[in-house]
Design a protein around this ligand. Structure first.
Ligand code: TXA
Ligand code: MG
Length: 349
């Protein structure tokens, strides 16, 4: 395990190092080092058309990458940074194409993690996608990173991630021409809202609505949308398989679903209210199953989701049942992000 100084030194030497953030662990490289950036893509086996987020430790580093901010961006940054919110901004020309995958925009965030912020003070801006192999669930614990990249992989240990889900990815300029002319098949689409969320995260649409109207980017909204093809998505990460374990994931809406199972399964619950109490009471059903209940804590549910996916695969469970939170009447800012990640896992995206 590295100290912050050692991690900073390695990054400045052009090495790739895993770093903690409040959302998930990142696979970091110096944002000015093209070779180190390429190494991230090859280590992760990440498609090169999927751009990276730049992580900064202070607001004045933004000018290096982004054109001047508009009022709404300034207000959002003031409220949510450091925090789990990534802003997609118009890029300056000097930003390496390896980071932006050739888009006209660049994604930036300031993580809310003390060790990471200390590191960023020493290194300057770093790029960091989630520190998992492409296609596996993002890492919320040190052991997840080591499982994907080997026991000796250099890592700055910052403990378990407090959120456990990737940041909200947002643009306040939904109609800014993100893509280059060659990629611009989606550019004809116009959005009416002030803000567009590409990826839901711990900063919710409701919290953002204080600053204007918000909508989610959904690839199916437009017949002309080409986001499933190799070019044309305003946020290329949307088109790749994500977050999914090998085990099949299903919503658990009725405990009857568990009564005829022939193999032990994983059951992941937010709480043990009705009808799940019935399941807890029935010892016969419990036998052999791996049962996790978050005692009604949405934070815990978020922290443990990817850990549960990974545990299922490590222990060779083939099915994971997750409490159907879609119609849960409790409110939580994490709800949309959790539903998004679980639905992606269910669909095997
Ligand atoms: O919480 C997080 O954001 C974590 C931690 C490590 O900071 N990072 C993370 O990075 O999740 P990654 O690379 O796994 O996901 C970045 C997402 C992708 O879906 C990518 O397509 C999108 O951000 N993205 C990056 N640059 C973009 C841009 N210029 N325009 C639109 N979307 C962009
Ligand atoms: Mg990722």
């Amino acid at each position: 395990m590295l100290s912050t100084n050692q991690a900073a030194r390695l990054l400045k030497q052009g090495e790739v190092v895993a770093i903690p953030t409040e959302t998930v662990y990142g696979l970091a490289a110096d944002a000015t080092n093209q070779l180190a950036i390429q190494e991230i893509f090859s280590l992760k086996k990440r498609p090169t058309d999927n751009p990276l987020i730049i992580h900064i430790g202070s607001i004045n580093q933004l000018d290096e990458f982004s054109k001047p901010l508009i009022e709404i961006e300034l207000r959002i940054i003031k409220k949510f940074w450091p925090g789990p919110l990534t802003l997609v901004l118009p890029r300056k020309r000097n930003v390496p194409d390896a980071i932006t995958a050739g888009l006209k925009t660049v994604a930036v965030r300031m993580p809310n993690h003390i060790k990471c912020l200390n590191l960023l003070q020493k290194t300057g801006p770093i790029v960091a996608p989630s520190a998992n192999l492409s296609g596996t669930p993002s890492p919320s614990k040190v052991e997840h990173v080591l499982n994907d990249f080997g026991e000796n992989f250099p890592i700055l240990d910052g403990g378990d991630c407090t959120i456990g889900l990737e940041s909200t990815v947002l643009t306040c300029r939904p109609n800014y021409p993100s893509a280059t002319a060659q990629q611009s098949s989606f550019a004809s689409r116009t959005f009416q809202s002030d803000m567009l969320i590409y990826r839901p995260g711990a900063i919710s649409a409701e919290e953002l609505s204080e600053f204007g109207s918000v909508e989610y980017y959904t690839p199916s909204q437009s017949k002309t949308d080409t986001s499933k093809t190799s070019t044309g998505s305003p946020s290329p990460g949307l088109k790749y398989r994500h977050y999914a374990p090998k085990a099949a994931v299903e919503w658990l809406s009725n405990v009857e679903q568990l009564k005829t199972l022939r193999y032990p399964v994983v059951v992941f619950l937010l709480d043990n209210t009705h009808p799940y109490t019935e399941f807890f009471a029935d010892k016969a059903i419990n036998d052999g199953h791996s049962l996790l209940c978050c005692e009604g804590s949405w934070e815990r549910f978020g922290q443990l989701l990817y850990d549960t996916f990974r545990m299922a695969d490590t222990k060779n469970y083939t099915r994971i049942f997750i409490q159907d939170i879609r119609r849960h009447n409790a409110k939580s800012s994490l709800k949309d992000a959790l539903i998004n990640r679980i639905e992606k896992a269910i669909n095997g995206h």
